[in-house]
Design a protein around this ligand. Structure first.
Ligand SMILES: [Mn+2]
Length: 375
């Protein structure tokens, strides 16, 4: 009797719910199983194909002349990991981060910290899927990624106020940031880079790669040196979370300064706190357009074991999220989360959950600070 009453009490509630599905761009939602009277409105976040945070998929890389739905912020995967110096596997990063984001439901994503829901704002956010990149030739792969970035940021935005769409890239090893910086340079001019990482990544290609060939010199530890050489970035850039050793006693840091960087070490956080780190970052890049690159190895391996070049003694996920959310007000024109190599993750999916949350914080910064084009 009890179960009968419970059931009859619940049934009207279930019937009253609308059936909803993850949105597929260009298709209207259809009721499902209505003919047998079953409502399955819950749990849709874990059904269907996986996009970042269950956002609609848009074929942003469609050929010229094809209809492409407009967007303001695009998620783009860059499955590339043949520019690494240690453990490979970041080519599976985009899929891993999307997997870690499945629990994020745009209708129920109100932040208790900011009071905002980044998915219910002026900005239309979509997932463009991955750029198709060859895994047999780094030079060709980066050219493909350059083209994908330029195509996606070159389309007209959905907003009439802010005409250039912005991109958040899911890496891929850190070499992929070079393509993103080439693209932001084309659309927005030189940017300051806020680079969260345990490594400086400004190594001279003659030092990291040994100068054996030009090809070998373009890798995940030299891309910021190359970005500087190509004139893509300003001399007002900054690293945060640095703790990995350098290869030369003084030469690497001297070259780092020449490439336009200042350093906040991992342990500086103990000295100045989250607020102090936020202040130094904001002061360094103030007045310029900013690109934020998050190498997941900025986190301690306890919080992000699934990465190629893990370094102990890093920041916690909470500390990094607090720092990121504290950067509101900056003009963020592009961002990425890179070096996620899901094969080294644990059964609790610690790393991909963290990466998915970091992407959401980056989205928050972009939504909060729209940028008018000026290149
Ligand atoms: Mn890196």
């Amino acid at each position: 009797m009890f179960s009968y009453h419970l059931l009859s009490a619940l049934l009207p509630l279930i019937d009253a719910r609308e059936i909803t599905f993850p949105p597929a761009s260009g298709y209207s939602q259809q009721p499902f199983l209505a003919h047998v009277g079953i409502d399955i409105s819950t749990g849709s976040a874990f059904a269907g194909l996986t996009t970042y945070a269950n956002l609609p998929y848009v074929h942003c890389l469609a050929a010229e002349g094809e209809h492409v739905e407009k967007y303001d912020i695009a998620i783009l995967g860059a499955p590339f990991d043949t520019g690494v110096t240690a453990r490979p596997g970041a080519r599976f990063g985009p899929g891993g981060i999307r997997g870690g984001s499945r629990r994020i439901n745009s209708a129920a994503a109100w932040s208790v910290y900011t009071g905002e829901n980044v998915f219910l704002s002026w900005a239309k956010i979509v997932d463009c899927g991955d750029a198709p990149l060859t895994f047999l030739d780094n030079t060709v792969a980066l050219r493909q990624l350059d083209a994908a970035h330029q195509l996606i940021s070159g389309r007209p935005a959905n907003s009439s106020e802010y005409p250039t769409p912005r991109i958040i890239t899911l890496g891929g090893d850190h070499t992929t940031t070079l393509s993103a910086l080439r693209s932001t340079h084309q659309a927005w001019g030189q940017v300051s880079v806020i680079h969260f990482d345990s490594h400086i990544d400004t190594w001279d290609p003659k030092v990291l790669g040994g100068g054996v060939s030009h090809y070998a010199g373009v890798n995940h530890g030299t891309f910021l040196h190359i970005a500087h050489e190509e004139g893509l970035i300003r001399n007002t850039s900054i690293h945060a979370g640095i703790r990995a050793p350098v290869m030369r006693r003084k030469g690497d840091v001297r070259n780092d300064v020449r490439c336009g960087f200042e350093i906040i070490t991992a342990r500086d956080l103990d000295r100045v706190g989250v607020t102090g780190v936020i202040e130094q970052l904001k002061e360094r890049v103030s007045g310029s357009k900013v690109y934020i690159s998050v190498d997941i190895d900025v986190l301690d391996p306890a919080f992000a074991p699934a990465t190629g070049t893990a370094e102990v003694g890093g920041w916690s996920t909470r500390e990094l999220l607090s720092i990121l959310d504290g950067l509101r007000g900056l003009q963020i024109v592009g961002a990425d989360v890179v070096e996620v190599a899901p094969v080294y993750d644990n059964v609790g999916e610690t790393t991909v959950l963290a990466a998915a949350e970091i992407v959401q914080s980056l989205l928050g910064l972009m939504v909060h600070g729209p940028v008018i084009t000026a290149a």
